[in-house]
Design a protein around this ligand. Structure first.
Ligand SMILES: Cc1cc2nc3c(=O)[nH]c(=O)nc-3n(C[C@H](O)[C@H](O)[C@H](O)COP(=O)(O)OP(=O)(O)OC[C@H]3O[C@@H](n4cnc5c(N)ncnc54)[C@H](O)[C@@H]3O)c2cc1C
Length: 315
Protein backbone atom coordinates (compact mmCIF):
# COMPACT_ATOMS: atom_id res chain seq x y z
CA UNK A 1 0.00 0.00 0.00
CA UNK A 2 1.32 3.45 -0.92
CA UNK A 3 2.30 5.60 2.00
CA UNK A 4 0.06 8.51 2.85
CA UNK A 5 1.55 11.92 1.86
CA UNK A 6 0.96 14.67 4.41
CA UNK A 7 1.92 18.34 4.14
CA UNK A 8 3.27 20.17 7.19
CA UNK A 9 4.62 23.66 7.74
CA UNK A 10 7.24 22.39 10.18
CA UNK A 11 8.57 18.90 10.79
CA UNK A 12 10.71 18.76 13.91
CA UNK A 13 12.98 15.76 14.33
CA UNK A 14 13.61 14.94 17.99
CA UNK A 15 11.39 15.59 21.04
CA UNK A 16 13.94 16.80 23.60
CA UNK A 17 14.04 20.28 25.11
CA UNK A 18 15.03 21.91 21.79
CA UNK A 19 12.45 20.09 19.64
CA UNK A 20 9.55 20.55 22.05
CA UNK A 21 10.33 24.23 22.56
CA UNK A 22 10.38 24.69 18.78
CA UNK A 23 7.02 22.86 18.62
CA UNK A 24 5.51 25.12 21.28
CA UNK A 25 6.59 28.29 19.46
CA UNK A 26 5.69 27.05 15.97
CA UNK A 27 2.27 25.79 17.13
CA UNK A 28 1.56 29.11 18.82
CA UNK A 29 2.28 30.88 15.51
CA UNK A 30 -0.52 28.81 13.89
CA UNK A 31 1.84 26.63 11.88
CA UNK A 32 1.04 22.95 11.34
CA UNK A 33 3.68 21.12 13.38
CA UNK A 34 4.74 17.51 13.64
CA UNK A 35 7.43 16.28 16.04
CA UNK A 36 8.94 12.88 15.22
CA UNK A 37 10.69 11.06 18.07
CA UNK A 38 12.54 7.76 17.69
CA UNK A 39 12.97 6.89 21.37
CA UNK A 40 11.30 8.46 24.39
CA UNK A 41 10.06 12.02 24.55
CA UNK A 42 12.39 14.17 26.66
CA UNK A 43 15.77 13.05 25.34
CA UNK A 44 18.75 13.28 27.68
CA UNK A 45 16.79 14.92 30.45
CA UNK A 46 13.90 12.44 30.47
CA UNK A 47 15.07 10.57 33.56
CA UNK A 48 17.14 13.24 35.31
CA UNK A 49 16.18 14.14 38.85
CA UNK A 50 16.77 17.36 40.75
CA UNK A 51 17.37 19.85 37.93
CA UNK A 52 18.31 23.03 39.77
CA UNK A 53 19.33 25.43 37.02
CA UNK A 54 16.22 25.77 34.88
CA UNK A 55 15.14 29.40 35.37
CA UNK A 56 12.05 29.81 37.53
CA UNK A 57 11.95 26.14 38.62
CA UNK A 58 14.31 25.72 41.58
CA UNK A 59 14.09 21.92 41.68
CA UNK A 60 12.28 19.97 39.01
CA UNK A 61 12.58 16.45 37.63
CA UNK A 62 13.21 15.93 33.93
CA UNK A 63 10.00 13.91 33.74
CA UNK A 64 7.85 16.76 35.11
CA UNK A 65 9.60 19.43 33.07
CA UNK A 66 9.19 17.50 29.83
CA UNK A 67 5.58 16.46 30.56
CA UNK A 68 4.66 20.12 31.12
CA UNK A 69 6.49 21.23 27.97
CA UNK A 70 4.95 18.49 25.83
CA UNK A 71 1.41 19.34 26.92
CA UNK A 72 2.14 23.07 26.43
CA UNK A 73 3.22 22.32 22.82
CA UNK A 74 0.26 20.00 22.20
CA UNK A 75 -2.16 22.62 23.53
CA UNK A 76 -0.96 24.84 20.68
CA UNK A 77 -1.69 22.12 18.12
CA UNK A 78 1.69 20.39 17.77
CA UNK A 79 1.48 16.64 17.20
CA UNK A 80 4.15 14.46 18.79
CA UNK A 81 4.61 11.04 17.15
CA UNK A 82 6.92 8.61 18.97
CA UNK A 83 6.19 5.52 16.96
CA UNK A 84 6.86 6.29 13.30
CA UNK A 85 10.57 5.87 12.63
CA UNK A 86 12.25 8.02 9.98
CA UNK A 87 13.68 6.03 7.10
CA UNK A 88 14.92 8.79 4.83
CA UNK A 89 15.17 12.55 4.58
CA UNK A 90 15.65 14.68 1.50
CA UNK A 91 16.23 18.22 2.65
CA UNK A 92 17.53 19.83 -0.54
CA UNK A 93 14.11 19.52 -2.22
CA UNK A 94 11.21 21.94 -1.95
CA UNK A 95 9.13 20.86 -0.14
CA UNK A 96 11.51 18.85 2.02
CA UNK A 97 10.77 15.14 2.35
CA UNK A 98 10.78 13.20 5.59
CA UNK A 99 9.80 9.60 4.97
CA UNK A 100 8.82 7.41 7.90
CA UNK A 101 7.68 3.78 8.11
CA UNK A 102 4.09 4.89 7.58
CA UNK A 103 4.06 8.33 5.96
CA UNK A 104 5.75 10.67 3.55
CA UNK A 105 5.81 14.16 5.03
CA UNK A 106 6.22 17.14 2.72
CA UNK A 107 7.56 19.93 4.89
CA UNK A 108 8.06 23.63 4.19
CA UNK A 109 10.71 23.66 6.91
CA UNK A 110 12.58 21.06 8.95
CA UNK A 111 14.09 21.60 12.38
CA UNK A 112 16.71 19.00 13.31
CA UNK A 113 16.79 18.63 17.11
CA UNK A 114 18.17 15.13 17.50
CA UNK A 115 20.61 15.83 20.35
CA UNK A 116 23.46 13.57 21.30
CA UNK A 117 24.63 10.84 23.63
CA UNK A 118 27.63 10.93 25.91
CA UNK A 119 29.99 7.98 25.53
CA UNK A 120 29.83 5.65 28.51
CA UNK A 121 32.63 3.84 30.31
CA UNK A 122 32.77 0.19 29.25
CA UNK A 123 31.87 -0.96 32.78
CA UNK A 124 28.66 -2.73 33.72
CA UNK A 125 28.41 -0.94 37.07
CA UNK A 126 28.26 2.44 35.37
CA UNK A 127 24.47 2.30 35.05
CA UNK A 128 24.08 1.37 38.74
CA UNK A 129 25.83 4.55 39.84
CA UNK A 130 24.49 6.92 37.15
CA UNK A 131 23.43 10.05 39.04
CA UNK A 132 24.74 8.43 42.26
CA UNK A 133 28.35 9.32 41.83
CA UNK A 134 28.70 8.90 38.06
CA UNK A 135 28.03 12.08 36.09
CA UNK A 136 28.51 13.40 32.56
CA UNK A 137 27.90 17.11 32.83
CA UNK A 138 30.09 19.31 35.02
CA UNK A 139 27.87 22.36 34.56
CA UNK A 140 24.83 20.35 35.65
CA UNK A 141 26.18 18.41 38.62
CA UNK A 142 29.54 19.92 39.62
CA UNK A 143 28.06 21.95 42.48
CA UNK A 144 27.10 18.69 44.25
CA UNK A 145 30.78 18.12 44.98
CA UNK A 146 31.62 21.17 47.06
CA UNK A 147 34.65 20.26 49.23
CA UNK A 148 34.65 16.65 47.97
CA UNK A 149 37.04 14.33 46.14
CA UNK A 150 36.23 13.62 42.51
CA UNK A 151 37.77 12.20 39.37
CA UNK A 152 37.38 13.19 35.73
CA UNK A 153 37.80 10.53 33.06
CA UNK A 154 39.16 11.57 29.68
CA UNK A 155 42.07 13.35 28.06
CA UNK A 156 40.66 15.67 25.38
CA UNK A 157 39.84 19.36 25.64
CA UNK A 158 36.38 18.70 27.06
CA UNK A 159 37.78 16.54 29.89
CA UNK A 160 40.60 18.89 30.84
CA UNK A 161 38.30 21.94 30.69
CA UNK A 162 35.79 20.05 32.87
CA UNK A 163 38.57 19.22 35.34
CA UNK A 164 39.72 22.84 35.49
CA UNK A 165 36.15 23.96 36.06
CA UNK A 166 35.40 21.32 38.73
CA UNK A 167 38.35 22.38 40.91
CA UNK A 168 36.21 25.39 41.82
CA UNK A 169 34.06 22.96 43.87
CA UNK A 170 36.21 19.94 44.73
CA UNK A 171 38.97 19.89 47.33
CA UNK A 172 40.78 17.11 45.46
CA UNK A 173 40.48 16.14 41.80
CA UNK A 174 42.07 13.31 39.83
CA UNK A 175 42.22 13.44 36.05
CA UNK A 176 42.41 9.84 34.87
CA UNK A 177 43.29 9.01 31.27
CA UNK A 178 44.40 5.85 29.53
CA UNK A 179 47.09 7.51 27.36
CA UNK A 180 48.57 10.98 26.84
CA UNK A 181 46.48 14.14 27.09
CA UNK A 182 45.19 15.56 23.80
CA UNK A 183 43.90 18.82 25.25
CA UNK A 184 45.38 22.22 24.38
CA UNK A 185 48.66 22.89 26.13
CA UNK A 186 47.24 26.00 27.87
CA UNK A 187 44.42 24.00 29.51
CA UNK A 188 46.82 21.22 30.52
CA UNK A 189 49.18 23.78 32.04
CA UNK A 190 46.36 25.38 34.03
CA UNK A 191 45.45 22.00 35.52
CA UNK A 192 49.06 21.03 36.25
CA UNK A 193 49.53 24.26 38.19
CA UNK A 194 46.42 23.66 40.30
CA UNK A 195 47.41 22.22 43.72
CA UNK A 196 44.05 20.45 44.02
CA UNK A 197 44.61 18.42 40.83
CA UNK A 198 46.54 15.17 40.24
CA UNK A 199 46.92 13.98 36.65
CA UNK A 200 47.14 10.21 36.23
CA UNK A 201 48.11 9.18 32.69
CA UNK A 202 48.49 5.71 31.17
CA UNK A 203 45.87 4.72 33.70
CA UNK A 204 42.71 2.76 33.07
CA UNK A 205 39.61 2.58 35.17
CA UNK A 206 38.76 -1.07 35.86
CA UNK A 207 35.87 -1.04 38.35
CA UNK A 208 33.44 1.20 40.19
CA UNK A 209 32.52 0.19 43.73
CA UNK A 210 30.20 1.32 46.48
CA UNK A 211 26.92 0.48 48.16
CA UNK A 212 23.98 2.66 47.17
CA UNK A 213 26.39 5.34 45.92
CA UNK A 214 29.81 5.30 44.29
CA UNK A 215 32.60 5.16 46.87
CA UNK A 216 35.78 3.98 45.14
CA UNK A 217 37.26 3.44 41.70
CA UNK A 218 39.78 0.76 40.88
CA UNK A 219 42.46 1.90 38.46
CA UNK A 220 45.22 0.11 36.64
CA UNK A 221 48.57 1.81 36.10
CA UNK A 222 49.42 0.48 32.63
CA UNK A 223 53.13 1.17 32.98
CA UNK A 224 53.59 -0.81 36.24
CA UNK A 225 50.62 -3.21 35.91
CA UNK A 226 49.60 -2.32 39.48
CA UNK A 227 46.01 -1.78 40.54
CA UNK A 228 45.12 0.96 42.99
CA UNK A 229 41.86 1.87 44.75
CA UNK A 230 40.98 5.55 44.95
CA UNK A 231 38.30 6.82 47.34
CA UNK A 232 36.11 9.29 45.45
CA UNK A 233 32.74 10.92 46.06
CA UNK A 234 32.00 11.13 42.36
CA UNK A 235 33.37 10.85 38.85
CA UNK A 236 32.69 12.88 35.72
CA UNK A 237 32.97 10.85 32.52
CA UNK A 238 34.14 12.95 29.61
CA UNK A 239 35.29 10.50 26.96
CA UNK A 240 33.44 11.92 24.00
CA UNK A 241 29.99 12.43 22.59
CA UNK A 242 27.99 10.89 19.79
CA UNK A 243 25.70 13.41 18.07
CA UNK A 244 22.65 11.88 16.36
CA UNK A 245 23.40 12.96 12.80
CA UNK A 246 23.67 9.73 10.82
CA UNK A 247 20.40 10.47 9.00
CA UNK A 248 21.59 13.88 7.81
CA UNK A 249 25.24 13.26 6.94
CA UNK A 250 24.70 13.60 3.18
CA UNK A 251 22.39 16.59 3.53
CA UNK A 252 23.95 19.15 5.87
CA UNK A 253 27.46 20.20 6.81
CA UNK A 254 28.95 18.36 9.78
CA UNK A 255 31.78 19.50 12.07
CA UNK A 256 34.66 17.14 12.83
CA UNK A 257 32.89 15.92 16.00
CA UNK A 258 29.77 15.00 14.00
CA UNK A 259 27.60 17.94 15.05
CA UNK A 260 25.75 20.05 12.48
CA UNK A 261 27.27 23.40 11.59
CA UNK A 262 25.00 26.43 11.97
CA UNK A 263 25.30 29.82 13.62
CA UNK A 264 23.26 31.31 16.46
CA UNK A 265 20.39 31.78 13.98
CA UNK A 266 20.23 27.96 13.78
CA UNK A 267 20.18 28.10 9.96
CA UNK A 268 22.00 25.39 8.06
CA UNK A 269 23.20 26.08 4.53
CA UNK A 270 19.95 24.58 3.16
CA UNK A 271 17.08 27.08 2.93
CA UNK A 272 14.31 26.13 5.36
CA UNK A 273 16.45 23.66 7.31
CA UNK A 274 17.35 24.57 10.90
CA UNK A 275 19.28 22.80 13.64
CA UNK A 276 18.57 23.30 17.33
CA UNK A 277 19.96 22.11 20.66
CA UNK A 278 22.91 19.87 21.51
CA UNK A 279 23.19 18.55 17.95
CA UNK A 280 24.23 22.01 16.75
CA UNK A 281 27.94 22.75 16.92
CA UNK A 282 28.25 25.20 19.80
CA UNK A 283 30.13 25.64 23.04
CA UNK A 284 27.44 25.56 25.74
CA UNK A 285 24.98 22.67 25.85
CA UNK A 286 22.35 23.10 28.52
CA UNK A 287 18.56 22.97 28.79
CA UNK A 288 18.35 26.75 28.51
CA UNK A 289 20.52 26.88 25.38
CA UNK A 290 18.48 24.04 23.83
CA UNK A 291 15.28 25.97 24.59
CA UNK A 292 16.86 29.13 23.13
CA UNK A 293 17.76 27.31 19.91
CA UNK A 294 14.26 25.82 19.64
CA UNK A 295 12.81 29.32 20.01
CA UNK A 296 15.10 30.84 17.39
CA UNK A 297 14.59 28.03 14.89
CA UNK A 298 10.79 28.15 15.17
CA UNK A 299 10.54 31.94 14.83
CA UNK A 300 12.87 31.99 11.83
CA UNK A 301 11.00 29.03 10.29
CA UNK A 302 7.78 31.05 10.51
CA UNK A 303 9.53 34.03 8.85
CA UNK A 304 10.88 31.79 6.11
CA UNK A 305 7.43 30.36 5.39
CA UNK A 306 5.69 33.73 5.32
CA UNK A 307 8.39 35.26 3.08
CA UNK A 308 8.17 32.26 0.76
CA UNK A 309 4.41 32.72 0.47
CA UNK A 310 5.12 36.29 -0.68
CA UNK A 311 7.48 34.91 -3.31
CA UNK A 312 10.64 35.82 -1.42
CA UNK A 313 13.13 33.33 -0.09
CA UNK A 314 15.45 35.18 2.23
CA UNK A 315 18.23 32.99 3.60
C1 LIG B 1 22.10 12.97 33.03
C2 LIG B 1 22.03 14.37 32.48
C3 LIG B 1 21.70 15.41 33.33
C4 LIG B 1 21.63 16.69 32.84
N1 LIG B 1 21.30 17.68 33.70
C5 LIG B 1 21.16 18.95 33.24
C6 LIG B 1 20.79 20.00 34.13
O1 LIG B 1 20.60 19.78 35.33
N2 LIG B 1 20.66 21.23 33.60
C7 LIG B 1 20.88 21.51 32.27
O2 LIG B 1 20.71 22.66 31.85
N3 LIG B 1 21.25 20.52 31.41
C8 LIG B 1 21.39 19.26 31.86
N4 LIG B 1 21.81 18.27 31.01
C9 LIG B 1 22.05 18.62 29.59
C10 LIG B 1 20.70 18.71 28.86
O3 LIG B 1 19.99 17.55 29.14
C11 LIG B 1 20.87 18.87 27.35
O4 LIG B 1 21.66 20.01 27.08
C12 LIG B 1 19.50 19.03 26.67
O5 LIG B 1 18.62 18.02 27.12
C13 LIG B 1 19.65 18.98 25.16
O6 LIG B 1 18.37 18.94 24.59
P1 LIG B 1 18.18 18.60 23.03
O7 LIG B 1 16.72 18.71 22.78
O8 LIG B 1 19.10 19.41 22.22
O9 LIG B 1 18.70 17.09 22.84
P2 LIG B 1 18.27 15.72 23.51
O10 LIG B 1 17.84 15.89 24.92
O11 LIG B 1 19.44 14.81 23.24
O12 LIG B 1 17.00 15.24 22.67
C14 LIG B 1 17.09 14.80 21.34
C15 LIG B 1 15.94 13.89 21.03
O13 LIG B 1 15.99 13.53 19.65
C16 LIG B 1 15.69 12.16 19.52
N5 LIG B 1 16.24 11.64 18.27
C17 LIG B 1 17.54 11.35 17.99
N6 LIG B 1 17.65 10.86 16.72
C18 LIG B 1 16.40 10.85 16.21
C19 LIG B 1 15.86 10.45 14.95
N7 LIG B 1 16.62 9.97 13.97
N8 LIG B 1 14.53 10.55 14.76
C20 LIG B 1 13.71 11.03 15.74
N9 LIG B 1 14.17 11.43 16.95
C21 LIG B 1 15.50 11.34 17.18
C22 LIG B 1 16.30 11.53 20.76
O14 LIG B 1 15.72 10.26 21.04
C23 LIG B 1 15.97 12.58 21.82
O15 LIG B 1 14.72 12.36 22.42
C24 LIG B 1 21.90 16.97 31.46
C25 LIG B 1 22.25 15.91 30.61
C26 LIG B 1 22.31 14.64 31.10
C27 LIG B 1 22.69 13.51 30.17
Amino acid sequence: MAKERIKKDVVIIGAGMAGLTAALYAGRMNLSVLVLESAIVGGQIANATGIENYPGLPNVSGKDLIAALQSQAENFGAVVDEFDEIQRVSLKEDPKIVETEEHIYEAETVIIATGMERRKLPLQEEAKYAGKGVHYCELCDGHLYQGKTIAVMGGGNAAVDAANFLTKYADKLYLIHRSKLRADEASQQKLRENPKASIMLETEIKALKGSSKLETVEILDKSTGKTETLAVDGIFVNIGVAPHTELFKDEVELASDGRIIAGEDCKTKLPGVFVAGDVREKEIRQLTTAAADGTTAAILAEKYISNKKRGKILW
